[in-house]
Design a protein around this ligand. Sequence first.
Ligand SMILES: Cc1cc2nc3c(=O)[nH]c(=O)nc-3n(C[C@H](O)[C@H](O)[C@H](O)COP(=O)(O)OP(=O)(O)OC[C@H]3O[C@@H](n4cnc5c(N)ncnc54)[C@H](O)[C@@H]3O)c2cc1C
Length: 481
Amino acid sequence: MTMRAPAIVWFFQDLRLDDQPALAAALAAGRPIVPVFVLDTTSPGAWAPGGASRFWLHGSLTALGADLAARGARLVLRRGVMGEELLRLAEETGAAEIHGGRAVEPWLRAAIAALRPALARRGVVFHEHETRLLFAPERLKTQNGGAFSVFTPFARAAFAAGIEGEAWPAPATLPGFSGALASDVLATWGLAPARPDWAAEMRRLWTPGAAGAAARLARFLTDAFPAYDRARDIPGHASTSMLSPHLHWGEISPRRVWQAASRAAPGGGKPLHSFLNELLWREFSAYLLWHHPHLPEQPLRAEFAAMPWREDGAARAAWQRGETGIPIVDAGMRQLWRWGWMHNRVRMIAASFLVKHLLLPWQAGEAWFWDTLLDADLAANAASWQWVAGSGADAAPYFRIFNPILQGRKFDPEGAYVRRFVPELAALPDEFIHAPWEAPGLALRAAGVELGKTYPRPIIDLGLGRARALAAFAALPRRAA
Ligand SMILES: Cc1cc2nc3c(=O)[nH]c(=O)nc-3n(C[C@H](O)[C@H](O)[C@H](O)COP(=O)(O)OP(=O)(O)OC[C@H]3O[C@@H](n4cnc5c(N)ncnc54)[C@H](O)[C@@H]3O)c2cc1C
């Protein structure tokens, strides 16, 4: 008996079997399946996975491989140029079709576009499915048929359009391909960090893979979701879902998260619940990247190209290490290093400090986040940095400059967050925790703090930094209305 030509299921950032449309389509074709993941560190250039992403990917591929094996299919691992590897696998297997998720990353879109005709010449069809987003980027349009550039009308249109279908569970068994196929051994990819001490806390905090994602969602819905609307800006509490790395790697479908949260929300999520609104920010970021492929590199507002960004290696390094002398910024940057994740409010404060008070380019912050975030996402990271910098489509106005002391006092009033990540300040009274340089000598001594020795003095005078940023902004060419 001859075996039917198989279907390749190409996994990228949709590393799950549950509610996975590419897998579903391959199964519907009634063919044996060849699941594959290709590690391409060449084509993405500067956007090859950073250190934290590689750590996560190692765990996520281990989990996906086990989930597939338990159902009768083997995950094939290949390393090389994306298009070339997929083409080679199609030739080796005699596959009739490839099913994969739709890409929004410009390098990946280009790779798939180039691959299609090469596959077609061999009679292989490449089918793209919406595995990563709730809304296909072309689906939502303004009344004039154009692309949205402002979040609120985008979110309104998305909410009105609604989510199609119900999330469905992972199949119990899979028709594996019986032919012999070479596969790399994951350990040889060197994704696990060379410095194991760096990842120690991350290993304790996170469980990459679909099971870890489902457990995180369940815990969030019972513990933090009921108070999310009120508490989500408080970084010292476990107030948000921490689902971002799972969503980025596609270990859980956004539809599953959306539907579970809607069911748990008062009124079934209507009017739009603040958590669902955040999921729409994720959609909006991908939408922006789709419509503006230069988003990760170039300001959307062209006039920002003339911004007199500074070069200051010492200031940049102090920011990266969490040694700026501004407690809430330092706490955030240290949380990032230790956890591979930072609370959203603090991301905004730390990013604003970099681009405004320090007048360093947003791309420098974006690159650091890219390397250190477990949820590093080309779209969300770029869109968020441009939002903070004021150069984005729907951005915070540049002249609105976060005061990190006031932000700290407002969102971390007892300093729980700062005390946790900046332990050398832990014994300071609440009133000085966000501005230790304002504390009298006696209070500092009693808390064991010696500024400039045990904890740095601020690397910049906040007032001067603010004035410099405003002056730079005022000197920009005005945007044509
Ligand atoms: C400078 C800066 C850089 C950022 N870089 C990234 C990034 O690389 N990857 C990333 O996933 N998020 C990024 N964010 C957005 C946001 O900070 C994180 O998504 C959020 O903190 C993740 O925590 P959570 O899962 O507990 O979020 P929750 O509050 O539980 O939100 C649920 C989900 O909604 C999505 N989401 C929430 N806020 C945003 C947002 N503002 N933009 C896009 N999606 C959002 C995430 O997928 C998140 O998991 C960035 C924000 C800033 C200010």
